[in-house]
Design a protein around this ligand. Structure first.
Ligand SMILES: [Zn+2]
Length: 264
């Protein structure tokens, strides 16, 4: 019986994940532009063609239309489809990894992934992390505490304080050393939310992953584009990457590491 329910959960996570991914695209596009989420209905930004329901089916419509607007043939960014697929994949993984431990944790983790995608893609484009997403992360972090069977409750609280203080310190030192903002205020608040979600043990892992990946990517980007050294890059997407990897794979990684140290 429970196997049957889990199979249904996989299918639902995939399908609903795609549809929610489609809504995340609306959020990612409209929130930074100060537009309402409800109105107007989705339309082509170039010719104003109003999307019919059959133009709005996740992934399938993109493939049928060949990535072009039905009316004016304007190219539609693959990012929309990528966000849908990414969200569905993350939701399926949340079911696979967390469902047996706690269904409530699996659902909360799925929502955390979706809010994370919004933060990452908006920060990538606009170098901005909106307060409403920070608040959502804090609320979701508080929600995970009773459902998280692998981390004690005070670890989450220590994680929140540690994330906030560490990033505040980085930001202040960065300003002293480089004479400009190395980290935005948004990153400091985001680190607090991530610490609350993960607990301090997995927060360390998250910061390791995000700073290593960010350094590698920035090195490659700077080499390729030969930008002046003062150009700023968003750190939010890397924090979100670290968050999702640590949330999903943190427990086995940390116990393997501890096992290596203690020889067990
Ligand atoms: Zn069009």
């Amino acid at each position: 019986m429970s196997d049957y329910i889990k199979i249904v959960a996989y299918i639902l996570a995939g399908i609903v994940g795609l549809c929610v991914g489609s809504f995340l695209n609306v959020v990612i596009y409209r929130v930074p532009n100060n537009m309402s989420l409800a109105r107007p209905a989705s339309h082509c930004p170039k010719c104003g063609y109003k999307l019919k329901w059959y133009d709005n089916i996740p992934v399938i419509s993109y493939c049928i239309l060949g990535g072009k607007c039905r009316s004016c043939k304007e190219h539609i960014s693959f990012r929309y489809t990528a966000v849908e697929i990414l969200n569905a994949l993350l939701w399926v993984m949340c079911v696979a990894l967390f469902w047996d431990d706690s269904i409530a944790y699996a659902c909360t983790a799925a929502v955390i992934c979706s809010v994370g995608l919004c933060i990452a893609f908006i920060d990538l484009e606009h170098m901005l992390i909106f307060d409403r997403f920070q608040i959502m992360m804090l609320v979701l972090g508080a929600l995970t505490i009773p459902f998280d069977k692998n981390t004690v409750w005070y670890s989450h609280l220590i994680g929140m304080a540690a994330g906030f203080l560490a990033f505040l310190l980085f930001a202040l030192i960065g300003k002293k050393v480089f004479g400009r903002d190395a980290l935005g205020g948004g990153d400091v608040k985001l680190a607090a939310g991530i610490g609350l979600i993960l607990g301090w043990e997995k927060l360390i892992l998250c910061l390791l992953i995000s700073s290593v990946v960010a350094s590698i990517i920035l090195l490659i980007v700077r080499k390729k584009s030969k930008d002046e050294k003062t150009k700023e890059y968003p750190f939010g997407p890397f924090l979100i990457l670290g968050l999702i990897v640590s949330m999903m794979a943190g427990n086995p990684i940390i116990s393997a590491y501890v096992g290596l140290l203690t020889g067990k």
